[in-house]
Design a protein around this ligand. Structure first.
Ligand code: ATP
Length: 361
């Protein structure tokens, strides 16, 4: 288990983070300049925090109080950079064993053979990094990291330089290897889909602070605050006051768009102000003339804009009587889009299923 509680100050930026990483993959997700790389560099030992403590499996790697700062090469942490950082003058085989060149030759050779097989780099051993593809370079970098038997792997935007086909196969390969070797990892990414698909746990960082560190389901469905909701592209964020407990399992919220009913995990006090959201693909769309509409959580609006994707469309909806600038985003698939004959200025009815409404905070 990795435990991090550190502070680091630069001109105009202050990092103050605390989080724990156990098994599996943790994604460190946040906007540019939020402190992701500073955090990773502090864990790897490339940067010394001003204050705090970092420990890995009960070994203290950094402690300002005890004056401990274990050098990077002794931390047993593999660090995979976005630009691979391979040595251009060394060939593939030499790059792989670079971190274990102090070991006996036979041991180096044994590890090299295993890793070349694992990373499917047969026939590339004698080539220099400049003579192989980006995907192969990333495999060499990963092999070089794994050669040192790390207890933790840090991945800083590891796939950002690769095209999407190579990216998805490398992601899957990497996950298989981490799982087979049971190595915990932290992956830094700007890409929410990558964070979600690769990790079990997501740690959200903004302006040097941890906003939420949780399992990925909670991050997406129960964001701790509006910043997390917005960073995870929650969209359709409403605020309102709790009306009254209609039934045991439902709560009404009065908003400027009307009253919505949701299914909270815990009861709310009437009068309390809350924020809630619904993701565009969870909203169900009907023709306003439809006879059997649900009785509640219906919003009628006019399509003001349409963004088309390969197999779906995002509708921008305005409610005639709603607040002037507020827009509800709705995603509909191709079939429904055609069936309802949707276009700009179409009128539609939207249903917000109570189970799909997430409460913020
Ligand atoms: N060595 C340094 N000296 C001064 N300021 C630094 C140093 N390293 C980082 N910073 C500042 O710390 C802040 C956080 O930087 P960091 O590289 O951790 O951001 P990030 O979240 O990784 O961003 P990105 O996603 O763009 O890589 C930035 O404002 C950056 O300018």
């Amino acid at each position: 288990m990795l435990h991090v509680q550190i502070q680091k100050k630069f001109a105009g930026f202050q990092l103050d983070v605390g989080f724990t990483v156990s098994s599996g993959v943790t994604a460190l997700f946040g906007p540019s300049g939020s402190g992701k790389s500073v955090t990773l560099k502090s864990i790897s030992g490339l940067l010394a925090p001003d204050q705090g403590e970092i420990s890995l499996h009960d070994t203290v790697l950094f402690s300002s109080r005890e004056g401990i700062n274990v050098p990077p090469q002794k931390r047993r942490i593999g660090y995979l950079f976005q630009n691979y950082a391979l040595f251009p003058h060394l060939n593939v085989a030499e790059n792989i064993v670079y971190g274990i060149r102090h070991l006996p030759k036979e041991e180096q050779q044994e590890k090299r053979t295993k890793l070349i097989q694992m990373m499917q780099l047969h026939g590339q051993e004698k080539k220099k990094p400049g003579e192989i593809s980006g995907g192969q370079q990333q495999r060499v970098a990963l092999a070089r990291t794994l050669a040192t038997d790390p207890q933790l792997i840090l991945l800083d935007e590891p796939f950002s330089a690769l095209d999407s086909a190579v990216k998805s196969s490398l992601r899957a390969e990497l996950l298989d290897i981490l799982e087979a070797k049971n190595i915990p990892a932290i992956i830094v990414t700007h890409d929410l889909n990558e964070a979600y698909s690769m990790s079990d746990h997501i740690t959200i960082i903004e302006m040097g602070r941890i906003m939420q560190s949780d399992n990925k389901w909670n991050i997406i469905n129960a964001p701790a605050n509006i910043a997390v909701a917005e960073l995870t592209r929650a969209k359709n964020i409403f605020s309102g006051t709790i009306a009254k407990q209609e039934e045991m399992e439902k709560t009404g919220v009065n908003t400027s768009w009307g009253t919505f009913f949701l299914t909270p995990s815990s009861p709310f006090t009437p009068g309390k102000t809350i924020h809630f959201f619904i993701r565009p693909h969870h909203i169900q769309v009907f023709d306003p003339e439809e006879k059997h509409l649900p009785e509640e959580n219906i919003l009628e609006g006019t399509v003001t804009n349409i963004i088309s994707h390969i197999d779906s469309h995002t509708l921008y909806l305005k409610k005639t009587s709603g607040p002037a600038d507020d827009v509800v985003f709705v995603k509909v698939n191709d079939d429904l889009f055609d069936k309802l004959n949707l276009a700009k200025n179409s009128r539609v009815c939207c249903y917000f299923p109570p189970d799909c409404i997430g409460v913020i905070g």
